[in-house]
Design a protein around this ligand. Structure first.
Ligand code: PLP
Length: 400
C-alpha cells in the first residue's frame, strides 16, 4: 500500500492535561519524584512515563518527535535545537577516530564545513563525491567508511539522490545511509526507500513560519536510544536540546504542512515552467529538463509535488544582486537565506549559504556566481507574481 505521510500525522490523537485539543506544554526543566528509587530508575532509562530533566526528554519534545516519526515512517525520532544539532549529533554518534564518511559534495554549507573543517580534528575524514553517480560513490568507500551522507534534494543545486540505489550500496558495505530531507518533506520519504536515518532542519518547510530553528532525527528505536544514552549519547552529551515551548509551536505548524507543501509545489512548478519558457536557465526537479526528473518521480509521494525550491542563473553576481534587491523592493519576497516561508525568499548561495565551500569547489560542482536560489512562497496568485518578476527581469535586461 502507498505510504501516506500526511495521513499518519492526521491520525495522531492527543489530549491535553485538562482535556485540551492540544497537548499541554511541560514548562519545566526538572521533575519531582515521590520515591528516590523511581528517580534512579528514570536516570537509568527504566521508568517509562517518568521525566527527570529536560535535556534528556520532555513530554512536548516526545509529542513532536512522535509526529515526525509518523511522517517519515520510522520507529521513533528525537527533536533537536537546530538542524545542525541533528546532523552533528548523528555523525558524531556513528563515527569515531580513524573512521570515514562518504558524502555528497552538494550539501548545505554548514554541513560541508562541519565535515571538511571540524570532524578532521577528531580524525574523521570525509570524501566528497558526485552523489548522482553510484559507481563514483562506491569507489569512494573504504574499509574505514561508516556512513553514506546525502540530501534527498541538495542545497543549493537541487541534485536528487537515488536513495534506493544508495541504500543497496549501504547494505552491501555495512554502512548507515543518512539522508537530510529538509528540501522535500512529504514529497520524499527516505526511510521508506531504505535510508537508515532521516534528518530535517525543522527551521524550514516543516515549521514554515521562519520564527525558530529546530531539527529532528528519525530512525530506529535502538539508534535513538543510543543518541539519548546518558553515558555516551551525542544528543544527550552535546546538548542540542529543543525547548518545549518551541516543540509545541512546531507541532501546531506541522499539521498544515501537507496543504503548504502542495501550494509551494504548485507555485514552484508554475514559475519554473514559465521561467524556462522565457529562456532562463532554470533548475527545478519538476521540469522534464532536470537530469533527475524521472528519478524524483519514481521516489515521490505524488500528491505533494516537486517542492518549493528552484534556482535561476541570471549570468553574473551583479545581475543576481540587482534582481534580488529589485524584487524585494517590489514586495515579491525577501532577500534572505533559509526556506519554507509563506513569502518567497531568495539569496545567491555562492556568497551566502554555500560560502563555506571554496570557490574552486563551487565551480567544480556547477555553483555559478549568477545563481539565485528561490524558496517559493504560498502566493495565492502565482500568475501575478510571475508577471511582476518578469517585469523586474526586463527592467534589468535579464530578459528581453
Ligand atoms: C538542507 C539543510 N540541512 C540542514 C540545515 C541546517 O539547519 P539549521 O539551520 O536548522 O541548523 C540547513 C540550513 O540551511 C539546510 O538547508
Amino acid at each position: 500500500m502507498a505510504f501516506k505521510p500526511a495521513n499518519n500525522i492526521q491520525d495522531l490523537q492527543y489530549f491535553g492535561e485538562f482535556g485540551g485539543v492540544n497537548p499541554s506544554i511541560s514548562d519545566s526543566s526538572t521533575y519531582t519524584f515521590l520515591s528516590a528509587k523511581t528517580m534512579f530508575d528514570t536516570f537509568e532509562g527504566n521508568a517509562d512515563g517518568c521525566y527527570l530533566y529536560s535535556r534528556h526528554s520532555t513530554p512536548s519534545n516526545l509529542y513532536l518527535g512522535q509526529a515526525l516519526a509518523a511522517m517519515e515512517g520510522t520507529e521513533t525520532a528525537n527533536v533537536t535545537a537546530s538542524g545542525m544539532g541533528a546532523i552533528t549529533s548523528v555523525l558524531m554518534q556513528l563515527c569515531g577516530a580513524g573512521e570515514h564518511i562518504v558524502s555528497s559534495r552538494t550539501i548545505y554549507g554548514g554541513t560541508y564545513a562541519f565535515l571538511k573543517n571540524f570532524t578532521p580534528r577528531f580524525n574523521i575524514e570525509t570524501s566528497f563525491v558526485d552523489i548522482t553517480k553510484l559507481d563514483v560513490v562506491e569507489a569512494a568507500i573504504t574499509p574505514k567508511t561508516k556512513v553514506l551522507y546525502c540530501e534527498s534534494v541538495s542545497n543549493p543545486l537541487l541534485e536528487v539522490a537515488d536513495i534506493v540505489g544508495l541504500s543497496k550500496l549501504a547494505k552491501k558495505h555495512n554502512l548507515k545511509l543518512v539522508v537530510d530531507n529538509t528540501f522535500s518533506p512529504l514529497s520524499i520519504s527516505p526511510a521508506q526507500l531504505g535510508a537508515d536515518v532521516v534528518i530535517h532542519s525543522l527551521t524550514k518547510f516543516i515549521n514554515g513560519s521562519s520564527d525558530t530553528v529546530g531539527g529532528v532525527i528519525c530512525g530506529s528505536q535502538e539508534f535513538i536510544d543510543d543518541l539519548r544514552n546518558v553515558n555516551d549519547g551525542a544528543c544527550m552529551l552535546l546538548g542540542a536540546t529543543m525547548d518545549s515551548l518551541r516543540a509545541a509551536s512546531i507541532l501546531k505548524n506541522l499539521r498544515t504542512l501537507h496543504i503548504r507543501m502542495q501550494q509551494h509545489s504548485l507555485n514552484g512548478q508554475y514559475l519554473a515552467e514559465n521561467f524556462e519558457k522565457a529562456g532562463l536557465k532554470t533548475v527545478y526537479p519538476g521540469l522534464v529538463s532536470h537530469p533527475s526528473h524521472h528519478l524524483f518521480t519514481s521516489m515521490m509521494n505524488k500528491k505533494y509535488g516537486f517542492g518549493g525550491m528552484l534556482t535561476l542563473d541570471v549570468g553574473s553576481l551583479e545581475k543576481a544582486n540587482a534582481l534580488m534587491e529589485l524584487m524585494q523592493k517590489q514586495n515579491l519576497g525577501y532577500l534572505a537565506v533559509s526556506l519554507g516561508f509563506y513569502k518567497t525568499l531568495f539569496s545567491a548561495p555562492g556568497s551566502s549559504t554555500s560560502s563555506e565551500i571554496p570557490v574552486e569547489e563551487q565551480k567544480a560542482m556547477g555553483l555559478t556566481d549568477g545563481l539565485i536560489r528561490f524558496s517559493i512562497g504560498l502566493d495565492a496568485d502565482i500568475e501575478r507574481t510571475y508577471t511582476m518578476m518578469k517585469a523586474c527581469m526586463k527592467e534589468l535586461k535579464i530578459l528581453d
